[in-house]
Design a protein around this ligand. Structure first.
Ligand code: SIN
Length: 526
């Protein structure tokens, strides 16, 4: 089908995703550009909106960017890109000041910001709004954009694929979920800010939208993906059957909550100098060891000694726990580790650029090198702000002329008709998630990883070529594609580092494995 260019609207920038990465990019773009922000669900269904703990920045007079740098690099277990870390901890402070000026209501005590402490941080440096920080930042940014800018927002839009022309980004295709009406939007700049892919696991804190759609579309379009084996599990997630699972912020441990075994014994003492506040992967690794050695299938979080002020700081969690029958002042809370943050993603440079001209990635969909093999708590919102600005600057500097004539005769491949049925796909999605939990979750061995690979390979080649005929099939293919590279890179990495724990190779091996793994689909060049 030949695209009828005259009937369509062109944009300068298309941003997919309205978490902090997408919104910050839109915010920092000049108003003269025509910007479209698309998202699969409403704004409240995003990891940003659900982010409890907060946003890390060394703004206290006792703290410094150097200390934030050191903590980030230590948590990253040898794989952080130190140039990126330096940029984020330095520029992050300026971005935070801009957010405060914009009206983000970070908590204060008298005239000082109230700073929380989380795992792996040497200082209290987490700015927060109670335990609903992501919501406070995202809603402030969006209200500003809606009231003051010409940015066009379209929600309920399923993004299928990136269109290219002469090897460069030229737009995207997708459809509205309420009426299946397909659209092609053209732009020379496509920013993938779709979040991560933790829904490849059954146990996850992520909303149902986190199926890796943007990472998969970027990969199909020829962009490199990196570090896919590193999936961060959060140690304190309420053990229950609901999805998404209820996260209990690490800030609770920053306020003195204790981790206990089911026999009510502390288990981090003597294991790491920071004890319960050790970097996240250290705590999860200890839990994995105890699960294997002692057969535990849960742990306990003790917040019974919290003051009323402490409880006020986590009032959302306290109220969600109450709805589920727990009173945190009286009850020990059963917790398990669950998939929380996808460290890998589309490989980007210091300006959020992928290797495909015009395709950018920001936030959890990207792999900037900030997090290394284990993300330091509360660094991800900061990454979204810093790279949102850098991407906006890069697009503004890139010059936008000539695009209209370049896409004049662009051919858009016709998409297959919609197919309605999802039942069989749901069955396969559940099989995939259960296998990923059991074999590619917090502890991995070669045999288990190979077993999942044989399941994934039944679908991988379809998933590589084709993004499905309806939402459930597309999401399944996207999850298959992502899982294939999580598992393959996990198999290749015959060592334990950061969040990647190989029971058959329990040591870190810098001599052989201090490197990043990346892959691209090279025949997608045009
Ligand atoms: C939390 O509040 O524990 C989550 C913070 C994060 O994942 O960065």
């Amino acid at each position: 089908m030949v695209f009828d260019f005259n009937e369509k609207e062109l944009f300068d920038v298309i941003i997919i995703g309205e978490g902090i990465a997408g919104l910050a990019t839109a915010y920092y773009l000049p108003d003269k550009l025509k910007v479209l922000v698309l998202s699969k669900a409403s704004q409240d269904i995003s990891n940003t909106w659900m982010a409890q703990g907060g946003i890390a920045a060394s703004i206290s007079k006792f703290d410094s960017p150097e200390s934030h740098f050191n903590d980030t690099v230590a948590a990253g277990d040898g794989l952080c890109d130190e140039t990126v870390v330096r940029v984020v901890v330095q520029e992050g402070r300026e971005r935070i000041v801009e957010m405060i000026q914009l009206g983000v209501p970070f908590e204060r005590i008298d005239d000082e910001f109230s700073l929380a402490r989380e795992g792996g941080h040497s200082f209290a440096r987490i700015l927060h709004y109670g335990d609903q920080t992501g919501k406070a930042i995202a809603s402030t940014l969006k209200s500003y954009l809606v009231s003051n800018r010409r940015v066009k927002f379209l929600e309920g839009f399923f993004f299928e694929q990136i269109i290219k022309s002469n090897g460069k980004a030229a737009g995207i295709t997708g459809y509205f979920l309420d009426n299946n009406k397909r659209f092609t939007f053209l732009a020379p700049n496509v920013v993938i800010a779709t979040g991560g892919a933790c829904h490849i696991y059954k146990s996850t804190t992520n909303p149902f939208t986190a199926t890796g759609d943007g990472i998969a579309a970027g990969f199909r379009a020829g962009a490199y993906i990196s570090d896919m084996e590193f999936v961060q599990f959060h140690p304190t997630v309420l053990k229950d059957e609901r999805s998404p699972m209820l996260l209990i912020t690490e800030a609770a441990r920053g306020m003195g909550a204790r981790l206990l075994t089911p026999e009510k014994e502390p288990f981090m003492e003597g294991y790491h100098i920071m004890e319960d506040l050790a970097p996240r992967f250290v705590v999860v690794r200890r839990m994995a060891e105890l699960m294997l050695d002692k057969g535990y299938d849960y742990f306990l979080l003790d917040m019974r000694h919290f003051s009323d002020e402490d409880v006020k700081n986590i009032s959302f969690i306290a109220s969600e726990l109450r709805k589920r029958g727990y009173d945190l002042k009286n009850d020990l809370i059963p917790v398990i580790p669950a998939a929380h943050y996808f460290i890998g993603g589309l490989k980007t440079d210091l300006y959020g650029r992928t290797n495909v001209p015009g395709i950018y990635a920001c936030g959890e969909a990207s792999c900037s090198g900030l997090h290394g093999a284990n993300r330091l708590a509360s660094n991800s919102l900061l990454e979204g702000l810093v790279f949102g600005k850098r991407i906006a600057d890069s697009i503004s500097a890139s010059g936008l002329s000539g695009f209209k004539s370049a896409v004049k005769d662009l051919e858009i491949t016709a998409r297959p008709e919609f197919r309605g049925k999802c039942d069989d796909v749901f069955k396969e999605i559940n099989v995939l998630k259960e296998k990923m939990d059991a074999r590619a979750g917090i502890a991995r061995v070669e045999e288990g990883l190979k077993e999942i690979l044989s399941f994934i390979e039944k679908y991988y080649y379809d998933a590589l070529e084709f993004c499905g005929t309806n939402k459930c099939e597309s999401e399944f293919y996207n999850m298959v594609l992502i899982s294939k590279w999580v598992v393959t890179m996990a198999l290749n990495r015959k060592e334990s580092r950061g969040v990647h724990l190989r029971l058959d190779y329990p040591q870190k091996n810098d001599d052989e494995f201090k490197f990043h793994q990346s892959i691209r689909r090279s025949y997608a060049d045009n």
